[in-house]
Design a binder for this molecule. Structure first.
Ligand SMILES: O=C(O)CCC(=O)C(=O)O
Length: 281
């Protein structure tokens, strides 16, 4: 299993940024070659899905369970530049809970170019309403960017830094505008952005001529259910090493989601061996 992981363990500064701001940018998380290869897969999936979903050329395409759509995406599961950050933030008892692709072409020409604020939210579905407050972290997403969103109106994600610590919707002085204190993450292809599920975020509009492509890989504790799968196809699991199988929701016994045995969580064993017993709680 990939020993490169140890080169990219979180620094104190990275952990502090994630804890304080609710997000972390990882530059060059993917090499240009990997970006090119994955973009070919994304374009293929986009063409297939547009047909299947009956979408027009300017429609936004969403595809869930993308990890199973091309073996290349399995590389993202334990990407050495990102995976170690996940252990340091969430620990070893983790799994993939979602992998969704968004391909967002330019809005149709007749659409007003003056719209602001597109669907600000926190992630989490019903738990957001049903959990007592203040909310715990529970999960985070890693967004991998395959288009260049540096420049105005290219669909860069908007966030309110630090808003994961608020226990209510952040203030919005202009009802037609963005949340106050929103920033746009204008980043280049190959960049990954980790964000806490409690962070208030929104998709930016795309009025540019560049199709915006981003793949969201979400990780949660293993005691939550997957959001876009229950069980991965056995033929996919068969291609994976034990740690990837853990991440894809595989396990030995149903009780292992609550009380994992060593066989359920090979990542724990790996961390004990490579980072020491004291690292593993
Ligand atoms: O497309 C985006 O920038 C935001 C996607 C989103 O809201 C999400 O992953 O929860």
């Amino acid at each position: 299993m990939d020993k490169d992981w140890l080169k990219y363990c979180a620094t104190d500064e990275q952990l502090q940024t994630f804890n304080d701001e609710g997000y972390l940018i990882v530059n060059d998380a993917l090499s240009p070659e990997m970006v090119d290869k994955m973009t070919i897969a994304i374009d293929r999936i986009d063409a297939e899905e547009r047909k299947r979903q009956g979408l027009g050329p300017n429609d936004l395409m969403k595809k869930f369970r993308t990890i199973a759509a091309d073996d290349l995406f399995l590389e993202l599961l334990d990407n050495p530049k990102v995976f170690p950050l996940l252990w340091d933030i969430l620990g070893w008892n983790i799994q993939l809970y979602i992998s969704h692709l968004i391909v967002y072409p330019s809005e149709a020409p007749e659409v007003s170019r003056t719209r602001k604020g597109a669907g600000w939210h926190q992630d989490g579905g019903r738990p957001v309403q049903e959990m007592e407050r203040p909310h715990p972290r529970l999960s985070l997403k890693v967004s991998y960017w395959f288009s260049d969103v540096r420049g105005p109106d290219r669909g860069a994600m908007r966030i309110v830094p630090g808003s994961h610590k608020l226990d209510e919707r952040p203030p919005q002085s202009d009802p037609d505008g963005d949340l106050d204190d929103a920033i746009e993450l204008q980043i280049k292809p190959g960049t990954a952005v980790l964000f806490d599920r409690r962070l208030w975020h929104s998709r930016g509009w795309n009025y540019s001529d560049v199709t915006r492509k981003v793949l969201f890989i979400g990780y949660s504790y293993r005691w939550l259910r997957g959001l876009d799968y229950n069980v991965m196809p056995p033929e996919l699991l068969a291609k994976c090493d034990p740690i990837r199988r853990q991440l894809l929701g595989d396990g030995v016994d149903i009780k292992g989601w609550w009380q994992p045995t060593d066989e359920d969580v090979p990542l724990k064993q790996w961390l004990m061996e490579h980072r020491g017993e004291g690292y593993v709680r």
